[in-house]
Design a protein around this ligand. Structure first.
Ligand code: B3K
Ligand code: ZN
Length: 886
């Protein structure tokens, strides 16, 4: 907890370390009521720092009980070193020296889930970003890379499996029922990649032969009851390994790769060298217990952590301001992988919808920061949508600007040049510049300027001359600490459609010849015009194809033009985008009517467009499902000047009801056909099956508006007789949001009874109820907190119930009396003491107070103030609350 003034850390103050640690030898003695950690650090002065007198050595350490410390074998006495809450400082006497220390720590009471802690009966670690300092005194910074050996000793019966990074070296028994194992990691690494696991675990084993013919043992360790839920992760791992060889030329480098699933974990997973530790929700999946979305999430996270072996581990970050160097790049890599494994267009749609809803909101709020932040109080607060998702978009733009071939040359050069180093975003960009000859100096503003740019596009057509001009005006709103922004380099991928919907040849004024299809314009100025020639008729532009830059685009499309693009655009992403824009126009009109107390009357062009899609059997069903999904309430909130949650909800529900009514027949037909196939086909986790179930499920959610008996029966039949969680959970969600109280209650009860021993399934049960917009949502959530399966100590439970309520149940969370805000603040105050990282993440909805009306603003700020005044705050919570109120 924070007792002194929080320290702000600035990128501009970066200094290389005074000392380096060549070797790190750790010994862990695990006991039920304490753990002893002995660390031997073989150190030397950093030759890159100034010579002269040896500076003091300042080791990081928190919550450690120092039992002994020795310098070059001579034990130090109390006067020989200084200790404070965060450091151990001592004076080396020579350029090279060895430090030995022993500390006592308490993993058994560690509820923050950082450092060494217990999840159930298992010991595990989470060190990124600064958790290693809770294990031993160390230079806990990513630019100190060391070779580690780790010995773990524990009771053999309770902890038969003892794991750490690298390859197993030796193991043995002790007399007293204990045993030990030593692991050696031949690759030097920063401490944040250290990992240790001890427990009674079973494993699924497989192997992988690398392109150069090396055999790698693959193991997924889980608690015994989960042994039947590992195959999908194992298949995903093997696909990831092959893909990274083929697409990025990256081979795995150790003899063994391990994944361990733990139930109590603050985020999705962690890329520790050779020993990835995963939230069980990101590794366990089988048809009966995990939805299609969960299967896809497992595939993506397994890939993401595996890809870090190169983008993050072999080449790591110099300092935490460079976090996006590994995270943005690795998110791009995992999204490319998922696109290749499934439907690229659907993957792009999902990523963009997520970015626009959540990252854009972050970028418009008090925590807005650039992809490479300039300062922070608590680095854990900067594992953000901006660093991850926008960071991935920035790397994607580099690829768009220099071309795929150059990009691959650039990544090859980057990996080769910096293997074994801790580097910066500048090093990455420099490699891209060198291979392509493109100057990316101005482009780098994407790393330093926060905020979502707006790009306004206008057109002009000179029929006589056959000239068509597009003028682009870019701007970027002020963000905390950045009032003025300079123009970005914006890659705009575009096409021009002729009257038949086909792409026209694009020839810019001055060019010798044109070519049909998509081309990329690089906008570099605040205002810039491009003129296309040889166009006898006015074309229709398709702009920002594939969402080629993370910004808000304005072009004055008419609804008829959007319908035309929905049908004809050669770019699948933009066909969806046209549908979204049409929906936004239609919904905005309804929101206005609702606010003015008028009768809601919906433009039925949207219905016509959706009917055309539904009746066309040749279309990809996943695309049809995406197109049928109206923009979410969260997205409609994000694009509103002042969000009226109730009007948004009413308008959207009205539109869904109208679509359901008008399109009952084709929806019912699609539903029945697809359900019939699902009934006959055993579950398969593959794109075409995901697509069929996606359309089936969205159809069912529309059909339920009819309240017809046949639909209710179909829903109950699906709920009871399907073989997979995708169909079961969707049917349950449809019932939970329906007016059929008796059916809803029975279904919820039956589900909980059946799955009460599966915590991940119970998370879904909590979420479905937490997200229901029916009145009384807060009371339902409060009651569920008393359910035996709920605990504030498990982050998945907190996210499933409290997180889902505050982030997805907008009408109930934003209740006008502020009870939703008060409830959230209370949970945050409790969690601040238990688990600061989870507490801080839960704050996000309250930080968005500027989006709402005056009454709600005051209530939300009131709760932030209450949290601030509530006592000793963690640096995590303090930073977010104080910045939100500033
Ligand atoms: N690198 C980790 C995130 C660690 C978060 C620490 N608070 C997982 C990932 O991005 O792959
Ligand atoms: Zn990552």
């Amino acid at each position: 907890m924070r007792t002194d003034q929080p320290k702000v850390i600035h990128l501009k103050d970066y200094q290389a370390p005074d000392y380096l640690i060549d070797e790190t030898h750790l010994t862990f003695e695990l006991h039920e009521d304490h753990t002893l950690v002995h660390a031997q650090l073989v150190m030397r002065r950093n030759p890159d720092r100034s010579s002269g007198d040896l500076p003091p050595l300042v080791l990081d350490g928190q919550q450690l009980e120092l039992l002994s410390v020795a310098l070059d074998d001579s034990a130090l006495q109390a006067g020989d070193y200084q200790l404070d809450a965060d450091h151990l400082t001592l004076q080396p006497k020579a350029e090279r020296f060895v430090i030995d220390s022993t500390v006592r720590i308490h993993p058994e009471t560690n509820t923050a889930l950082e450092g060494l802690y217990k999840s159930g009966k298992m010991f595990c670690t989470q060190c990124e970003a600064e958790g290693f300092r809770k294990i031993t005194y160390y230079l806990d910074r990513p630019d100190v890379m060391s070779r580690f050996t780790t010995t773990v000793s524990a009771d053999k019966q309770a902890y038969p499996i003892l794991l750490s990074n690298g390859n197993p070296l030796a193991s043995g028994e002790e007399e007293d029922g204990r045993h030990w194992a030593t692991w050696e990691d031949p690759f030097k690494k920063p401490a944040y990649l250290f990992a240790l696991v001890a427990g009674d675990l079973w494993c699924v084993e497989d192997s992988f032969t690398t392109l150069s013919g090396r055999e790698v043992a693959l193991r997924i360790y889980v608690e015994p009851e989960n042994i039947d839920k590992c195959q999908h992760a194992m298949d995903s791992l093997k696909r990831s390994m092959r893909w990274d060889e083929e697409v990025y030329g990256r081979e795995y480098d150790l003899d063994i790769f391990m994944i361990v699933a733990v139930n109590d974990f603050n985020m999705g997973a962690m890329e520790n060298k050779g020993l990835n530790i995963f939230n069980s929700s990101a590794v366990l999946a089988k048809a009966e217990t995990a939805t299609d979305a969960a299967h896809q999430r497992v595939e993506a996270i397994v890939a993401h952590e595996y890809f870090h072996n190169w983008s993050g581990n072999r080449v790591t970050c110099r300092d935490w301001f460079q976090l996006s160097l590994k995270e943005g790049f690795t998110v791009l890599r995992d999204s490319q992988f998922s696109a290749d494994m499934n439907s690229p267009t659907v993957k792009r749609i999902e990523d963009v919808a997520y970015l626009r809803t959540h990252q854009f909101a972050e970028d418009a709020g008090p925590m807005a920061h650039s992809v490479r932040p300039e300062s922070f109080i608590e680095i854990s607060n900067f594992y953000t949508l901006t660093v991850y998702e926008k960071g991935a978009e920035v790397v994607r733009m580099i690829q768009t600007l220099i071309g795929a071939e150059n990009f691959r040359k650039g990544t090859d050069l980057y990996f080769e040049r910096h293997d074994g180093q801790a580097v910066t975003v500048d090093d990455f960009v420099k490699a891209m510049e060198e291979v392509s000859g493109v100057d990316l100096t101005q482009f780098k503003r994407w790393y330093s300027q926060a905020g979502t740019p707006r790009l306004q596009v206008s057109e002009a057509f000179d029929e006589g001359a056959g000239r068509y001009s597009l003028t682009f005006r870019q701007s970027c709103p002020p963000t905390p600490g950045q009032s003025e922004k300079l123009p970005f380099v914006i890659p705009v991928a575009l096409g021009l459609l002729g009257a038949d919907g086909a792409d026209l040849p694009l020839r810019l004024e001055g060019e010798a010849q044109g070519a049909a299809g998509t081309r990329v314009l690089a906008i570099t100025e605040a205002e810039q015009t491009f003129t296309f020639v040889d166009l006898p008729k006015k074309p229709l532009p398709s702009l920002l194809r594939g969402f080629s830059a993370p910004l808000k685009l304005d072009f004055p499309y008419s609804r008829d033009q959007l319908m035309f693009l929905m049908q004809h655009d050669a770019d699948g992403f933009n066909r969806w985008e046209a549908g979204q824009q049409l929906s936004v126009q239609v919904l905005s009109e309804l929101i206005g009517q609702q606010q003015r107390g008028e009768t809601l009357a919906m433009d039925d062009r949207l219905i016509h467009a959706l009917r055309t899609l539904l009746e066309d059997d040749s279309l990809d069903q996943a695309m049809v499902a995406e197109m049928l999904s109206l923009p979410s309430e969260a997205y409609l909130t994000e694009i509103s000047e002042v969000a009226d949650v109730d009007a948004i909800h009413q308008a959207r529900e009205h539109a869904r009801r109208a679509i359901a009514q008008a399109l009952f027949e084709p929806l019912w037909q699609r539903y029945q056909t697809n359900r019939e196939i699902s009934r006959r086909t055993p579950y398969v986790a593959q794109a075409e099956h995901f697509a069929r179930r996606a359309l089936q499920n969205i159809a069912l959610s529309y059909l339920m508006f009819s309240e017809r008996d046949a639909v209710v029966q179909a829903c109950l039949e699906q709920f009871e007789h399907c073989d997979n969680m995708t169909e079961r959970l969707n049917a349950l969600a449809v019932l939970v949001n329906s007016p059929f109280e008796a059916e809803r209650g029975k279904a919820l009860e039956a589900f909980a009874e059946h799955f009460k021993d599966d915590p991940l399934v119970m998370d879904q049960w909590f979420s479905v109820q937490a997200g229901s917009p029916l009145p009384g949502g807060l009371e339902r959530v409060q009651a569920l907190m008393g359910h035996p399966a709920f605990t504030l100590k498990n982050p998945n439970k907190v996210r499933a119930l409290i997180g889902a309520f505050a982030n997805q149940n907008l009408v109930n969370f934003h209740r006008a009396d502020g009870a939703g805000y008060r409830f959230l603040a209370e949970q945050i105050i409790t969690l601040n003491a238990l688990n600061p990282q989870i507490a801080s993440r839960l704050l996000a909805p309250l930080t968005r107070w500027r989006k709402y009306d005056g009454g709600r603003q005051a209530l939300m700020k009131g709760e932030l103030e209450r949290i601030l005044a509530s006592g000793e705050l963690s640096s995590d919570v303090y930073e977010v609350v104080s910045k939100s109120l500033a």
